[in-house]
Design a binder for this molecule. Structure first.
Ligand SMILES: NC(=O)c1ccc[n+]([C@@H]2O[C@H](COP(=O)([O-])OP(=O)(O)OC[C@H]3O[C@@H](n4cnc5c(N)ncnc54)[C@H](OP(=O)(O)O)[C@@H]3O)[C@@H](O)[C@H]2O)c1
Length: 265
């Protein structure tokens, strides 16, 4: 079953499949976990770039996508349900996945595995997570972050709310896959007007990331722009807001930062 959004899925789909009579098909992007705060920004940016959007979210959350009614296709269901993902990613050129370590039933790793297995070969896969994920063990964490992950993580798991280890497992599977993945590691997040594309670095602990703050709307933009940036394939960029003190200090030093060139609209 798809789309309880009463906006005419067929019309939406045919509008998404081509850019007009005889025009080339528009890139089609699946957004897994589209109803959350980050997910809705992802939808906004993807639509803004002219992508066709297929959104997956839990049945209870479909109404959170009401603002996009008529412009996207919604497939309700658990994001770790392989049948749901199979239907959603069919024909998609890219998949953006919000990895959430919710519950203690391997939701994150199940979601990642379904996307890795079922997205079409060659599709661009972009996943979100936090600074706590380390690919090569060369990230350097402050005692505060370590304490937060250890203590808060254990408490959350005890109450069966959040399982950070499962997000770690999800990323381990992504890193081991030969798909065209990028794992974007978000700093602490805040709401607010967009400031521009975040800058990034390879390792947490690099001075440019010290401010540890990014606007959620800009995090989403980075993920959407990563779709068309092959330099980020098999990278785990740790991002920070481009207007934060650490990013500005870095720019003032003249030290080159990893900044994505915004792709032309
Ligand atoms: N929050 C931060 O400070 C922070 C920092 C760094 C990185 N990140 C990363 O950013 C991404 C988005 O995080 P966010 O904090 O901004 O959250 P968010 O975008 O609001 O997303 C929360 C997600 O969790 C889902 N969810 C909520 N309750 C659930 C449940 N019981 N079972 C299954 N799914 C449930 C939501 O789906 P529904 O809409 O269906 O409820 C939504 O997709 C994540 O990958 C996170 O690791 C976050």
């Amino acid at each position: 079953m798809s789309t309880p959004i009463p906006s005419g899925r067929e019309a939406t789909e045919s509008a998404q499949d081509s850019s007009g009579a005889g025009g080339p098909a528009r890139p089609r992007v699946c957004i897994v976990g589209a109803s959350g705060k980050l997910g809705r920004y992802l939808v906004q940016h993807a639509l803004g770039r002219g992508f066709g959007v297929v959104a997956v979210c839990r049945e209870v959350s479909v109404e959170k996508l009401e603002e996009f009614s008529g412009r996207i296709t919604v497939i309700p269901g658990a994001t770790d349900d392989r049948q749901v993902i199979e239907r959603a990613v069919a024909g998609c050129d890219a998949v953006l996945t919000v990895l959430v370590p919710r519950g203690v039933h391997h939701y994150s790793s199940g979601t990642a595995q379904a996307v890795l297995d079922l997205a079409r070969p060659g599709a661009r896969l972009v996943f979100s997570c936090g600074y706590h994920i380390s690919r090569d063990g060369r990230d350097v964490y402050s005692w505060k972050v370590k304490a937060l992950v250890n203590v808060a993580g254990r408490i959350a798991r005890l109450f069966r709310l959040v399982d950070l280890d499962d997000q770690v497992e999800a990323c381990r599977r992504i890193f081991a896959s030969d798909t065209r993945w990028t794992v974007v590691r978000g700093s602490d997040l805040e709401e607010g007007e967009p400031q521009g594309l975040p800058v990034w670095s390879h390792h947490v602990g690099d001075p440019i990331l010290k401010s540890n703050l990014t606007r959620r709307v800009d995090f989403a933009r980075f993920m959407v722009e990563a779709i068309e940036n092959d330099d980020l394939v098999h990278e785990t960029p740790a991002i920070v807001g481009c207007h934060t003190p650490s990013a500005l200090a870095h720019a003032a030093n003249g030290t080159p930062a990893f900044a994505m060139k915004p792709s032309p609209m």
